[in-house]
Design a protein around this ligand. Structure first.
Ligand code: NAP
Length: 284
């Protein structure tokens, strides 16, 4: 079997075109969705991520602002800025790029953003809403994975989904989204014994471990749907957690790295920002 490749990049482009039309329609109703991204310090990887988010926002017509603060910014200064953004009626989405410098507590900052503008979906209230099956902002990477599965017509209900990873960012929320859609979910992690025994049972295998080549064709059965979330740099090249060529021989569907899950993450951030603007305006 040679797997059907699910290109997130192509789907992301289609969705962004639809969003561009939606934003233009919102402008006609005098609603101007705005995303503010805050970055502290000059980490090149973080800077490249936020620039990508800003470019993507502008391309679909969102108002976007990048606030760059020096590494020396205190926790109080950042929390005060978040308070101002929470109050600012022209701002609909607030994203603080993580990780933060050591002297600032990530969780304090996450909890300072009002849940109504928490387009990353990390605030405990939004996490709780996800856990209890309520409508909320879903974290962007897990949400992007769900959209990819659905657009590829992959049935979720009743399927055994094995997830390698249990982070708050990816593993746990994607597991919860799938459980909410009636999948049977197994989480594996660094203490899991005999990982292959689990991955071989998967109808859908989601790998979010951050370990290049952790999963190969030997770890899956024929017909598995493989979603590779990992982003690793090996010899200067981006590569996933899955050995693409050997997995392709057995998988029914597979996502590549790059051009797979990554472009969907930013797309869902744009989606969440538009949703935040619509919700805030509906409540005014
Ligand atoms: P993370 O916080 O480091 O979590 C990694 C998870 O994988 C942990 O639960 C860890 O187990 C587990 N793990 C690590 N090594 C393992 C092994 N050998 N066997 C089984 N489980 C193992 O990472 P993350 O934030 O979830 O991100 C995961 C990967 O996805 C990274 O490569 C990241 O760059 C990528 N990512 C991509 C996107 C995108 O848009 N494409 C977005 C976010 C993240 P423990 O819990 O026991 O430590």
């Amino acid at each position: 079997m040679s797997a059907e490749v699910i290109y997130g990049k192509q789907l992301a482009e289609e969705l962004r075109q639809e969003m561009k039309e939606e934003v233009s329609e919102l402008h006609n109703h005098n609603i101007h969705p705005k995303l503010v991204v805050v970055i502290i310090g000059e980490d090149p990887a973080s800077m490249s991520y936020v620039k990508g988010k800003q470019r993507a926002s502008e391309k679909i017509g969102l108002d976007s602002e990048l606030i760059e603060l020096p590494e020396s910014t205190s926790e109080k200064e950042l929390l005060d800025l978040i308070d101002q953004l929470n109050e600012d009626q022209t701002v609909h989405g607030i994203l603080v790029q993580l990780p933060l410098p050591d002297h600032i507590e990530d969780q304090k900052v996450i909890e300072a953003i009002t849940p109504e503008k928490d387009v990353d979906g990390f605030h405990p209230i939004n996490v709780g809403r996800l856990l209890t099956g309520q409508e909320t902002f879903y974290p962007c990477t897990p949400y992007g994975i769900m959209v990819m599965l659905k657009r590829a017509n992959i049935t979720i209900e009743g399927k055994h989904v094995v997830i390698v990873g249990r982070s708050n960012l990816v593993g746990k929320p994607v597991g919860q989204l799938l459980l909410n859609e009636n999948a049977t979910v197994t989480h594996c992690h660094s203490r899991t014994k005999n990982l292959r025994d689990h991955t071989k049972q998967a109808d859908i295998l989601i790998v979010a471990a951050g370990k290049a080549g952790l999963i190969t064709g030997d770890d899956i059965e024929e017909g598995t749907v493989v979603i590779d979330v990992g982003v690793n740099r090996v010899d200067g090249k981006l590569t996933g957690d899955v050995d693409f060529d050997s997995a392709c021989e057995k998988a029914s569907h597979i996502t590549p790295v790059p051009k797979g899950v990554g472009p969907m993450t930013i797309t869902m951030l744009l989606h969440n920002t538009i949703k935040a603007a619509k919700r805030i305006h509906n409540h005014q």
